[in-house]
Design a protein around this ligand. Structure first.
Ligand SMILES: Cc1cc2nc3c(=O)[nH]c(=O)nc-3n(C[C@H](O)[C@H](O)[C@H](O)COP(=O)(O)OP(=O)(O)OC[C@H]3O[C@@H](n4cnc5c(N)ncnc54)[C@H](O)[C@@H]3O)c2cc1C
Length: 581
């Protein structure tokens, strides 16, 4: 695995798709100079290559488990690798300046998380969750809470988690039952007693940091049913004294770790809160306003999960491309000699290799264009902010589906060796499979797109994006046509489609829109690569990769229009009993 090639692609995407130079013209992001960007890309590549990547396979083999003393045991080296990340100041890049962060754009923080996930996704989940916890506390916490928790979350000395899921409350977060009862008297008056069980909590318990700050959703006794009755709490593993030192251990524990298909070194915990009736948490914001606060965390996390899809695709792509030039099998069909050739010479392997490159490079443009919009939103550009919000479900869903497809193609290119664990590609395939599921399944992302996001300004935000694509793609007619197809589906959804029709069409529409945005951004990259001064081989490869995307990926997305606009009736013509008989 070489991180240098990926860093060159990241830099190009930062320049063309995120528009990092323009962001650096603002006071807030003035530090993001080309020199700093290069230093960050090189620095994190070296951390990934030297410390994190060598532990990836080991982490898969050894996994995380609970030791005889009840503590979570991680594979050897994980704690040290996390410490190297903290000591390098990597956790603080995106953190708020007033709490010790560097306040750099999200686009740059995402570069770092992309590289770390490429090297070791299981370990990278830990900082990813912390980044989200920092954002939620920064936006919704009181000044005192920020002072108490943010400094050490930003530095990485403490880690953050996100506690939503319960056995009966998965997608339906509003069904959660964890209870929070306000303490009226004594030294903890105003705080809450927490009791309940959470499942699937990523990095819910471990010893790599001095403290763990759990952000947890719970329900107060009189709360209304459903998601409107949910509140957000800070529940630290160790209480924090007024002077910032660590106090007693809170009444919370890990019950067990899940046995999983992939990311085996990431401890996915069943957590129990308040077994002894002494688990104490602080409320963030007002009672019943928890879901809104948690959404801040989830939106960041959704972009980061999309980035994980990209990261694993990058790693699998590199492995597959290398293998395709090493493995020799059969002469090329129709060749004058019968000399066996590297498999990349066969048209079907070429097809897979080109498809992999187009998907990975397209995915990267989508991630960085989305982050660039959110960064502009953070600078006060409201149009960019709402566009960024529309892009979040596209980034999350398309890049994770793409990650599954690319890792699967990488297994295919390896033939039988792909199914054998030693090559590593089987691990990438297993690791990436969670990404379309967690942080809101991709079906939930699609529902968000056709519900809340398409509804913004009566469809105006989505349609402005599609109009920009069509207007800017006169040199890429397939993309312009796809953007128009998307607009037609959007109009149908906004005018005559029933709610069932919209939801039944949502995944197809989501895919069409994501491909349109990625195709547009690849077109922009292709133009930039051909302009004077484009770096190295990009001038030759980018236009061809973009053309492959236009000619092969875009028509597939266009083909989804008919299916999208067919409506939902057929889905319900057979009742559930007949379908499962
Ligand atoms: C490895 C791992 C790590 C995780 N980490 C965390 C974590 O750190 N914190 C945390 O709180 N949670 C975490 N989760 C939980 C994760 O977010 C949930 O698994 C996910 O949201 C789906 O919920 P569920 O598993 O209950 O599936 P379900 O909600 O039961 O969904 C099953 C299927 O039905 C579909 N479905 C359900 N409802 C609807 C609907 N209304 N419309 C359309 N389709 C629907 C879903 O899309 C899915 O395909 C993690 C899970 C795993 C496996």
């Amino acid at each position: 695995m070489t991180f240098t090639a990926a860093a060159a692609e990241q830099e190009f995407a930062l320049n063309v798709c995120a528009g990092i130079a323009e962001l650096a013209e603002s006071n807030r992001f003035a530090a993001a100079t080309p020199d700093l960007v290069r230093a960050i890309l090189d620095g994190v590549a070296s951390l990934a290559e030297g410390e994190w990547a060598p532990l990836n396979h080991k982490g898969d083999i050894e996994g995380a488990h609970i030791g005889s003393d009840g503590k979570v045991v991680l594979p050897d080296g994980f704690r040290k690798a996390y410490q190297a990340y903290v000591e390098g100041g990597w956790n603080s890049l995106y953190g708020p300046v007033e709490y010790g962060g560097q306040g750099l754009p999200m686009s740059l923080a995402v570069c770092v998380l992309e590289t770390l996930a490429t090297s070791n996704m299981a370990l990278s989940l830990n900082p990813m969750l912390s980044v989200g916890a920092i954002a939620a506390l920064h936006h919704h916490g009181s000044d005192a809470q920020k002072e108490k928790y943010l400094h050490r979350l930003v530095s990485g000395e403490w880690c953050g988690t996100m506690n939503l899921t319960e056995p009966q409350a998965g997608t339906d977060v509003g069904a959660l039952r964890t209870a929070a009862t306000r303490i009226e008297d004594g030294p903890n008056a105003g705080k809450y007693l927490i009791s309940g069980q959470k499942i699937y909590i990523t990095w819910g318990e471990h010893e790599v940091s001095d403290n763990i700050v759990h952000l947890l959703l719970a329900r107060t006794p009189d709360a209304t049913a459903g998601s409107r009755g949910i509140s957000l709490f800070i529940v630290p593993k160790y209480h924090v004294n007024e002077d910032g030192s660590l106090g007693e251990r809170n009444d919370l524990r890990v019950v067990s770790l899940e046995h999983k298909l992939g990311i085996k070194a990431s401890p996915t915990c069943v957590m129990s809160y308040g077994d002894e009736g002494k688990c104490i948490g602080e409320i963030v914001g007002a009672e019943n306003a928890g879901l809104r606060a948690m959404f801040t965390m989830m939106n960041d996390a959704r972009v980061h999960v999309g980035t994980q899809g990209l990261a694993l695709a990058e790693r699998a792509a590199q492995a597959a491309l290398a293998y395709s030039t090493e493995r020799v099998q059969s002469a090329r069909a129709g060749a004058p000699t019968k000399t066996p050739v590297p498999i990349i010479e066969h048209p079907d392997v070429r097809r897979m290799v080109m498809r992999i490159r187009a998907l990975v490079e397209g995915g990267r443009t989508l991630v960085y264009y989305g982050c660039g919009q959110l960064d502009r939103g953070a600078l006060g550009d409201e149009q960019a902010q709402v566009r960024g919000e529309v892009l979040v479900p596209l980034v999350k869903s398309w890049c994770t589906d793409m990650g599954v497809e690319v890792t699967s193609l990488a297994v295919q290119i390896h033939g039988g060796m792909g199914f054998i664990e030693e090559t590593g590609v089987a691990q990438y395939y297993r690791d990436v499979r969670i990404t379309p599921i967690y942080e809101g399944t991709n079906g939930v992302q699609a529902a968000d797109l056709v519900g809340r996001k398409l509804g913004m300004e009566n469809g105006g935000v989505v349609k402005a994006l599609l109009a920009d694509i069509a207007a800017d793609c006169s040199d890429a007619p397939n993309i312009a046509a796809l953007a128009k197809d998307c607009a037609e589906v959007a109009d149908w959804m906004l005018s005559s489609a029933s709610l069932d029709d919209k939801l039944a069409a949502s995944v197809a529409f989501q895919r069409m829109c994501a491909v349109a945005v990625a195709g547009w951004q690849l077109t922009r990259q292709s133009r930039a690569a051909q302009a004077d001064g484009a770096p190295g081989s990009l001038a030759r490869t980018k236009p061809l990769v973009a053309r492959y995307f236009h000619d092969h990926i875009v028509p597939e997305a266009q083909g989804l229009k008919v299916s999208a606009m067919t409506g939902a009736d057929l889905l319900y013509d057979l009742d559930a009993q007949s379908l499962t008989a």
